[in-house]
Each structure stands twice: as C-alpha cells, then as structure tokens.
Design a protein around this ligand. Structure first.
Ligand SMILES: C[S@@+](CC[C@H](N)C(=O)[O-])C[C@H]1O[C@@H](n2cnc3c(N)ncnc32)[C@H](O)[C@@H]1O
Length: 216
C-alpha cells in the first residue's frame, strides 16, 4: 500500500464532497459503517466514467454512500444496489431520498445470495461493484457475472484487506480465515479464463476485472 504521507497527500487533493455526502461520511464514522475509502472510490468513479457505464449493480449498499457517489458521477446511470441489514437499508433510503437522486437508484432488500431472480429484471449490467461480505466474494462474482454485458467490468473492493493478504502470520483465527478466503479469491480471479484482472493498491485494494467478450 502507499505510505502514509502519500496517502494523505492524495486525499488532500480530492475535492470536498457536497454537504449531504460529508454528512454521510460522518454518519459512517460515528456508526461504524464501513464505506469505501476515498482514493478507492475516486478510482472506481473514474473507471466508470471512462467505461461510460450506464447500468451498474452494487452488492453491498450500506447507507448508500457509494451508490450516491456513482449516481452523481454518472449522469443518467441507473444503479441497482443490494443490502440485507435493516438499519442500513433505512438509513440508505433516507439519504437517497434527501439527495434527489432517488430515480437513479433501485435498492433491493435481502441477501445478495438469494435475490438474483429479482436483480435479473434489471440485467444486463455494464458494471458490477462487489463490496459486501468478504468471505463470499467468489459466490457474488459467480452469481452476478451472468448478468454482465459482453464488455462489462467487475470491480471488487477490499481485495488487499489492509495489507493482511501479504502477511504470513496473523494471530486471530477469524481474521486468518477471512484473509485466506480473500487470497483464494484473488488467485482464482487472476487466473480466470474469461476475465482480464488487475489489482490496484488504492484504498483497501481494488480489483478491476474486464470481461474478455467475443474475440473479433
Ligand atoms: C462495506 S459495506 C458497503 C459499503 C458501500 N458500498 C459504500 O462504499 O458506501 C458492506 C455492506 O454489505 C452488506 N452485506 C454483506 N453481505 C451481504 C449479503 N450477502 N447480502 C446483502 N448485503 C450484504 C453489509 O450489511 C454492509 O452494509
């Protein structure tokens, strides 16, 4: 990962967000809701702009922060986002309502492992953003990759998990197991025959996977 000085240098150059987004960032801090790190989200938004994604699926809404960032950055794009936690769903609905971007966002309530049929109504997606339970990344990827357009991309957050994927000794068994799952996912992803993937050491580690599509 970047050293701390550079990390703060880059964050310091990122423009202030609007008051509602700043309120959401504070809410996330106070209520211990994990939202995507600033440099990571800016990287993702830039890729989505370049890709001109119009329809995006997000796995893991939390309070709607990244969904709102995407809606704001991509004029006219539709974001379908899945969340299972009742309290976070309520907070997300409230923030989305206040933002004025409600028409661009569809929130699907439920476990992402169980709502594929509902999600399929909105398919195909130009981009899929996976940011939910880290131990299930491979399952999310496998379920929802079927709903990706031929030139679509999949963005997965937290693939470096605070740098722990490169540590050989981790005391906590729970964290060790989780790190193993992320490492397994990364190795699986990087050798996937249908995707070209790269891992960027920004934020908490962001994997960008581009579907190979039909070779012309
Ligand atoms: C890291 S947070 C999402 C942050 C959000 N993408 C952002 O950057 O603003 C992960 C969220 O995924 C939700 N989640 C985890 N596993 C899930 C699952 N299987 N189905 C639906 N939601 C899930 C959690 O409740 C949590 O709110």
């Amino acid at each position: 990962m970047l050293n701390e000085k550079l990390h703060f240098y880059i964050e310091g150059l990122i423009a202030e967000r609007n008051p509602l987004l700043m309120e959401m960032e504070s809410y996330a801090k106070v209520h211990h809701v994990p939202i995507m790190e600033l440099a990571g989200i800016e990287t993702m938004l830039q890729l989505l702009r370049i890709h001109r994604s119009k329809k995006i699926l997000e796995v893991g809404t939390a309070i709607g922060y990244s969904a709102l960032r995407m809606a704001g950055a991509l004029k006219g794009a539709h974001i379908v986002t899945i969340e299972r936690d009742e309290e976070r769903i309520n907070a997300a609905q409230e923030f989305i309502h206040r933002s004025g971007f409600g028409e661009q966002i569809t929130l699907i309530k439920g476990d992402a492992l169980e709502v594929a049929a509902e999600v399929s109504q909105y398919a195909p997606f130009d981009a899929i953003f996976i940011d939910a339970a880290k131990g299930q990344y491979k399952k999310f990827f496998e379920i929802y990759a079927d709903y990706l357009t031929e030139d679509g991309m999949i963005i997965t957050d937290n693939v470096l998990f605070k740098g722990l994927v490169a540590e050989s000794e981790i005391e906590s068994k729970r964290i060790r197991n989780l790190v193993k799952k992320i490492d397994d996912f990364n190795r699986w992803l990087m050798t996937h025959p249908n995707y070209d993937s790269v891992i960027l050491p920004v934020g908490d580690g962001v994997a960008i996977s581009k579907r190979r599509g039909e070779r012309k």
